[in-house]
Design a protein around this ligand. Sequence first.
Ligand SMILES: [Zn+2]
Length: 255
Amino acid sequence: MNITDLRGKLPRHASKRYATRKLTDIRSIAIHHSLTLTGSAAAFANYHVGTNNWPGIAYTYVISQDGTVSQCLDWTQVGFHVGNSNRHALGICLVGDFRSQKPSTAQYQAAIKLVWYLQGNIPSAKEIKGHSEYPGYSWKACPVISMSKFRADVAAPAAIQPQYPAVRILVNGRAVASGVLIADRALAPLRSVGEAAGKSVSWDNVTKTASVDGKPVYGQLIDGVTYVALRAVAEVLGGTVSWDGPSKTASILVA
Ligand SMILES: [Zn+2]
C-alpha cells in the first residue's frame, strides 16, 4: 500500500496535544467524508487547528479524490472525529461531499485497501463503521455512502478488482490450492490449507465465520472462499510460514 506520510508535517496546535492510546484500544475504523467539494489533509488540519482550536487534524488518514492516501496521525494518537468513541476508533476521511458527489473509483478502492492494511496490522480493529453509526451521531450526514455496501466490498474484494496475482502455497512441502496477493499481502485459502495440515475446517453461514478445530478465524471472503493472511493461517495451524518473494511461494510447515 502506497501511503504518503504527512505526520509531523501538518499544522498543529501551539500547545495542545492529542491523548495517546494502546493499539489494542482501537476497535473500529471510522469512515468519514470531508463534507467539502475539494480539500486536502493540510486544509483540514488548518481548519481543525485554526477554527476548531483542536490539537491537530481530526483524522488519522485522508484519501484524496485521485486515490492518494495520506497518513496524518500515529495510530496511537486519539484524534477528535467521533466524540465519545474517539479512543476506540481510527478515522479515515475521504475528500468530497457525498451528499452531492460520489467517491471516485480510485478513492473508493484506496479506502478498501487501506482497511485491509489496517485490519492486517491492528487485529483489534474488527469493526468498520460510518461516522453516523457511532453513538450520538445518527443525525450526522457522514459519510452518506452505503456502509453495508462498503463492508461487503471489503469482505468480497473480487467484485471490485477481479485480477490478483496468484500465490503458490506449499503445506509441508506439498502444493495446495493457490492463494492471492492483495495489497502486497499474501492470503491463503483456509479450507485447502487447513485440510492439507490435517485440521478440521468448518464454516458458519449465519455469522459468516470460518473456524479451524472449533477456533474462529478472521478472513476475507472472495468468490465464496475464505482467505486468511499467511501469518494468521500459520498461527491457527500451530505452524510456521516462510515466504519467497521472487517465486511468490509460501511454505507452511505444520508439525
Ligand atoms: Zn464524519
